[in-house]
Design a protein around this ligand. Sequence first.
Ligand SMILES: Cc1cc2nc3c(=O)[nH]c(=O)nc-3n(C[C@H](O)[C@H](O)[C@H](O)COP(=O)(O)O)c2cc1C
Length: 174
Amino acid sequence: MLEILKNRRSIRKYKDKRIENEKIEQLKYAALLSPTSKNLYSWEFIIVDDKKIIRELSKARPAGSAFLKDAPLAFVVLGNPKVNDVWIEDASIASIIIQLTAQSLGLGSCWIQVRERDYDDNTTSGDYIKGLLDVPEDKKVESIIAIGYPDEERPVHKIEDLKLEKIHKNKYGL
Ligand SMILES: Cc1cc2nc3c(=O)[nH]c(=O)nc-3n(C[C@H](O)[C@H](O)[C@H](O)COP(=O)(O)O)c2cc1C
């Protein structure tokens, strides 16, 4: 697991290569194995591999999501506040589990933030995506995880660059 964490970087350029069904199946299982508060399963996922829909999804944010247009696969992570008030935590954990599983399968990925972001002055990014994908009103969109074979190399984070000051021992500041 540490190797997966060490080697993971956000990847925003993808090869024009489809992802094998077996890998998509594994991503699907990984998402469904994510821990969920009170075992309430507040999340749902929409797996998008239709190029036309992915292109439309890439417009969900004025900045920050355009790179999705060239990805072969996207996981749209949904949550339901009526099922659990901590749906954001559930959906975030599932999002990162999808990313780490992608890494373990030799795929690159990047999180696209949707919650609290806008498509334009009148429409949130979440509502834009819900309209595009026929998502029922009571659901929320947390993120889109863009996935594909990496077409860029990014250096791994160096151990010496890690922010050790973020870790405290026994009491804050120690
Ligand atoms: C909650 C969250 C939201 C993010 N939203 C976006 C986004 O909307 N667009 C994007 O290109 N990257 C997004 N990222 C990726 C971050 O920019 C990236 O993780 C950060 O720069 C660190 O780089 P690394 O992932 O390569 O270690 C997001 C990451 C997280 C955890």
